[in-house]
Design a protein around this ligand. Structure first.
Ligand code: ATP
Ligand code: MG
Ligand code: MG
Ligand code: MG
Length: 470
């Protein structure tokens, strides 16, 4: 089954259960200052869960474009390292707004997986929130999942590598206990079952999360009950596709086979010669072209602040990975057309904006190619000293003069087992910001035109220091 058919089957299944099919919202959330990018299917329904907004339906189903590249749900550092994480992915979801609750949600999920998708029951594991006896009993007694494949997991406070059965959209907003379904890819793949010390492998992969939305968390961390208990679920389309296409990782599914081949071709043509087709760098490029294109298509352009800076960081990371494979001239923007061919039918906005997206990314790439060689030389020299940490002054110079976002520098260093002195880097950034503010005040005092906006730096600072919710 192709991924497009899987998406369709999911939506049709929930439509047959009384759900209205709702279109994906853009990756840029319209009116939510707590979010930089859409990170889950429930985002567009946040106000419905909170009781501020009413829809003509109480059940909905979507395939939502999501970006997780910073903040509470941040997978940027996982791309190229795990078989299951993307910065951009599609989240399939079904939602109940005060309609059905735990019983029906669990039974729908089980029926879809085992009867429609026909997954072998013995390969499925489930986790429930530690204290949620009700969910445990539904899985065990009603559905019949044996106790040895049900794991109780508490609140791990969003720890990146630990299962966490209390789902939160961000630091504030709708949240609640959840139950997750895992698929066992078998003993050929490394990793342990959920909740075990080696759960951070790619053997037992979380495919679907069912959240029992019951609270709204405020800025002080206080939980307020929602008007009605609701359901919000999310299943990664790429992950369920891997299972159904009998491959062990997201990068082996139909969509990525095409994008990886296009990435290799583009890198080879730009100087890579015949680069290693299994290089993790190609996966990073194939992943990042999706995140960058969808972001541009939804209205963002690369800049030094906020969303534009996230986009710039992702694009430059991808370009650096191409450079690592030998590319010496722009290649990244040429991948837009391969992506449009692959996903343009499901997302017509890609087709409508193909040319603009190509041009925007080309401009960014042209700019970075002007400085990347010199920047890499400086970084290589610093790495060549054998130091275990790159000093903050070098990282700052790379950032300030060569356009290397600090996470890009850290990405190169990580490949060599080296870290970056980010404390010193941040101190230098603060000093620069302070100087810009002083200069601004001075100019204003003299009645001169003020050209540098301090708010520009706030966005920047936010991203690097408190990593605003993405
Ligand atoms: P993980 O623990 O694997 O990082 P998660 O618990 O952070 O996933 P949820 O917030 O529960 O993910 O999102 C719902 C579903 O979306 C997951 O069960 C998974 O199938 C999918 N998903 C989450 N993050 C990613 C990602 N970065 N790339 C692809 N799919 C993802
Ligand atoms: Mg995660
Ligand atoms: Mg998880
Ligand atoms: Mg989860």
């Amino acid at each position: 089954m192709k991924s497009s058919e899987i998406r369709e089957k999911f939506l049709k299944y929930f439509e047959s259960k009384g759900h209205t099919i709702v279109a994906s919202s853009p990756v840029v959330p319209g009116d939510d200052p707590t979010l930089l990018f859409t990170n889950a299917g429930m985002n567009q329904f946040k106000d419905v869960f909170l009781g501020f907004d009413k829809r003509p339906y109480t059940r909905a189903t979507t395939s939502q474009k999501c970006i997780r590249a910073g903040g509470k749900h941040n997978d940027l550092e996982n791309v190229g390292y795990t078989a299951r994480h993307h910065t951009f992915f599609e989240m399939l979801g079904n939602f109940s707004f005060g309609d059905y609750f735990k019983h029906d949600a669990i039974q729908y999920a089980w029926e879809l997986l085992t009867e429609v998708f026909k997954l072998p029951k013995e390969k499925l594991w489930v986790t429930v929130y530690a204290e949620d006896d009700e969910a445990y009993d539904i899985w065990n007694k009603t559905v019949g999942v044996p106790a040895e494949r049900i794991v109780r997991i508490g609140d791990n406070k969003g720890a990146r590598y630990a299962s966490d059965n209390f789902w939160m959209m961000g630091d504030t907003g709708p949240c609640g206990p959840c139950t997750e379904i895992f698929y066992d890819h078998g003993p050929d793949v490394a990793g342990g079952p959920p909740g075990s010390p080696d759960e951070d492998g790619d053997r037992y992969i979380e495919i679907w999360n069912n959240v029992f939305m019951q609270y709204n968390r405020d800025e002080a961390g206080v939980m307020h009950k929602l008007p009605k208990p609701s359901v919000d679920t999310g299943m990664g389309l790429e992950r369920i596709t891997a299972v159904l296409q009998h491959v062990h990782g997201n990068y082996e599914i139909d969509t990525f086979v095409t994008l990886l081949a296009a990435a290799k071709k583009a890198v080879d043509a730009a100087g890579g010669g015949d680069c290693d087709k299994d290089s993790p760098s190609l996966k990073v490029i194939a992943d990042h072209i999706r995140a960058c294109t969808f972001t541009v298509v939804d209205g963002v352009i690369p800049s030094n602040a906020g969303r534009g800076y996230v986009l710039r960081r992702i694009a430059r990371r991808a370009i650096r990975h191409g450079y690592k494979l030998g590319a010496r001239k722009p290649f990244f923007h040429t991948l837009v057309s391969a992506l449009v061919k692959e996903m343009g039918e499901a997302y017509p906005e890609l087709r409508q904006n193909e040319q603009r997206a190509t041009e925007v990314l080309k401009q960014e790439e042209d700019a970075f190619f002007r400085t990347i060689a010199n920047g890499m030389e400086i970084l290589e020299r610093a790495l060549g000293t054998g130091a275990q940490q790159i000093d903050g002054d070098t990282a700052f110079k790379l950032h300030d003069t060569y356009g290397f976002p600090v996470d890009l520098t850290a990405d190169v260093c990580r490949e060599r087992g080296v870290t970056v002195d980010e404390a010193r880097f941040n101190a230098l950034l603060d000093e620069q910001r302070q100087r810009a503010r002083e200069a601004g005040k001075f100019k204003m005092a003299q009645g001169l035109e003020y050209s540098g906006s301090p708010t520009t730096f706030h966005g920047y600072e936010k991203l690097i220091h408190d990593t605003a919710t993405v």
